[in-house]
Design a protein around this ligand. Structure first.
Ligand SMILES: Cc1cc2nc3c(=O)[nH]c(=O)nc-3n(C[C@H](O)[C@H](O)[C@H](O)COP(=O)(O)OP(=O)(O)OC[C@H]3O[C@@H](n4cnc5c(N)ncnc54)[C@H](O)[C@@H]3O)c2cc1C
Length: 384
């Protein structure tokens, strides 16, 4: 949709498209298109190196930290075009989560040590917030960090940790003062995943894949200089990070790509004599989801333009999260319906649709569940 972009933005989009067509390796493109994550770590890191070599490694970072200094609109264009081109995702945990926290609250030594390695893709980060019983109610987390001289000794368990099996580092919320009110006794620490005492146990998801893990900490020793900011002030940094996470969760580019895939699959079936879009009920549902996606894109642009004016991401981010994930799930439902029983057999497009449908149930849970986002919308936007 060109409506909201300036001629300079449109020229930038052309540049991004040309770059993607020249520089995105075809084997990566094909694997992402097939939903094949058998080379996940290698593919993500290889793509990060290509972007970094081009000066585009961290689309959201300011120039002073090695980013391209893009406007919010340029970042949106870049991410959308990458998704449409089937580029590997740039994982948010380093680039969009811990990095903004380090830029704002980290020490100069932490910034110098960690930011360049996030940019180049050398360090893979994961997020250690949730625990069994502490997901929506995150402030109840129990993983304990006891101070012993110049170290913290960490004991406890994190749950639902995405891609931690590949990670070099994990940023964790830990309880440093159990005597204080829940939110006040938490600290934000950076832990080397090679530390003795860390065990990573994979959790199998509905589609049979291993994207998430339990991570156990058994007397893990972490130098105090790996704490970000002040002791017991971690909740402030955690909230700052979550605001960034939610803003980027609308996934407009991914939904546009999947809508395109849905229409292509419908056309392929049509060519074989059964045109699903001739069914007015199915065609109406496809049209409705496309309209909703256009409306989401406009809302997303409103939020990123506000961010570009240096306002912190507000509760509008919750609307993006709820709407973005509902739309993506609806598209995956339509893809599954379109394929019907073929999803149970060997047909690759149909199996991909079935696996994606099962996998994407996660969208309404992670990043703050959709019920929790609705509570935020009700309280802060609707005044209920
Ligand atoms: C695939 C996946 C990947 C994840 N990756 C990570 C990761 O990398 N790092 C990380 O730290 N965490 C991660 N998470 C954890 C995620 O943030 C939590 O699952 C989420 O916050 C929900 O917490 P919970 O699972 O404990 O469910 P609960 O909080 O127990 O919620 C259960 C149900 O109750 C509802 N509910 C809870 N409280 C309320 C309320 N007050 N009002 C209305 N409804 C409510 C919820 O919406 C949900 O439907 C991931 C989760 C998934 C599924």
């Amino acid at each position: 949709m060109d409506l909201n972009f300036t001629p300079a933005d449109l020229a930038f989009r052309k540049e991004v498209r040309e770059f993607l067509s020249a520089s995105l390796p075809s084997d990566l493109r094909e694997r992402v298109g097939r939903g094949d994550d058998s080379h996940f770590r290698d593919d993500v890191q290889r793509w990060q190196r290509i972007l970094h070599d081009h000066g585009w490694g961290a689309p959201s970072w300011p120039r002073e930290h090695g980013g391209p200094g893009w406007s919010a609109a340029q970042q949106f264009i870049f991410e959308t075009e990458c998704a449409l081109a089937d580029a590997p995702m740039q994982l948010p945990f380093g680039l969009k989560m811990v990095a903004p926290v380090l830029m704002r609250y980290g020490s100069p030594a932490q910034r110098e040590r960690f930011l360049p390695r996030i940019l180049s893709g050398e360090d893979w980060w994961c997020q250690g917030y949730s625990e069994p019983g502490s997901g929506s109610d995150l402030a109840s987390l129990k993983t304990r960090a006891r101070r012993e001289g110049g170290e913290y000794v960490i004991n406890g368990q994190k749950a639902w940790n995405t891609r931690g099996q590949h990670a070099d580092w994990i940023f964790c919320l830990v309880r440093t003062d159990p005597g204080r009110k829940a939110q006040q006794g938490i600290s934000f620490v950076l832990v080397d995943m090679r530390s003795p005492g860390i065990t990573v146990r994979p959790t199998r998801l509905l589609d049979g894949t291993f994207e998430v893990n339990e991570i156990w900490f058994d007397n893990v020793r972490v130098p105090v200089e790996n704490r970000v900011g002040e002791e017991n002030e971690g909740w402030t940094y955690a909230k700052y990070l979550l605001g960034h996470e939610r803003t980027n969760i609308a996934g407009v580019g991914g939904s546009r790509r999947e809508l395109r895939r849905l229409k292509a699959a419908a056309a392929a079936l049509g060519a074989r004599g059964r045109d699903p879009l001739a069914d007015p009920v199915f065609a109406t549902r496809v049209a409705q989801v496309e309209i909703d996606l256009l409306a989401l894109e406009v809302t997303n642009l409103r939020v990123i333009f506000a961010e570009g004016r240096k306002q912190a991401p507000g509760p509008e981010a919750s609307i993006l999260k709820v709407r973005g994930t509902e739309i993506r799930q609806r598209i995956s439902e339509l893809q599954l319906e379109l394929q019907g029983a073929r999803g149970l057999g060997g047909d690759s497009e149909a199996s991909r649709a079935a696996a994606a449908y099962l996998n994407l149930r996660k969208l309404s849970i992670f990043g703050g569940s959709n019920e929790i986002q609705r509570n935020i919308i009700a309280r802060t936007l609707l005044g209920l």
